[in-house]
Ligand binder design. Structure first.
Ligand SMILES: N[C@@H](CCC(=O)N[C@@H](CS)C(=O)NCC(=O)O)C(=O)O
Length: 139
């Protein structure tokens, strides 16, 4: 998907009336496709997975998601223009779990130069280099 979020695809065979299956009706009570389940929704939707049906609503949900991601990236980019790493000039766990995104973000034509420079800074660290040489990642 263009938003680069992971997803599983489940086909609903209308010819076999799978849209009326009780399990599917829990997701789409109107017995129509498309429908989605956000496994990790924003906290305003409460705990656990969040099902959404109606194509217009699904599209708006994704648009809101993209707006929020862009806003957060703006915040990160500004911060990383002021400091070398997320939590300041020292490398801390705040920056650790971004390592896995390095290649994707570096390869992308990101409009956030400070984020790109920060990821490059992280991947040049000897311990990160060593770990990345050993690692294999799913494509
Ligand atoms: N208003 C719905 C319409 C969706 C719709 O009509 N889906 C059809 C397939 S294109 C469907 O699931 N039909 C099954 C049924 O009505 O039993 C939307 O925009 O999501």
């Amino acid at each position: 998907m263009e938003l680069n979020v992971p997803y599983d695809l489940h086909l609903i065979n209308l010819g076999k009336n799978e849209q009326f299956a009780p399990e599917f009706l829990k997701i789409s009570p109107n017995n129509k496709i498309p429908a989605i389940i956000d496994q990790n929704p924003p906290s305003e939707f409460g705990e656990g997975a969040h099902p959404i049906f109606e194509s217009g609503v699904i599209l708006q949900y994704f648009a809101d998601y993209k707006k929020e991601v862009d806003r957060l990236l703006e915040v990160m980019n500004k911060r990383l223009g002021e400091y070398k790493y997320l939590a300041g000039d020292n490398y801390t766990i705040a920056s650790y779990n971004w390592v896995i995104y390095n290649d994707k973000v570096k390869a992308a034509d990101t409009p956030f130069p400070n984020i790109k420079a920060w990821l490059e800074r992280i991947s040049e660290r000897p311990a990160v280099k060593k770990a990345m040489e050993k690692a294999t990642f799913p494509k």
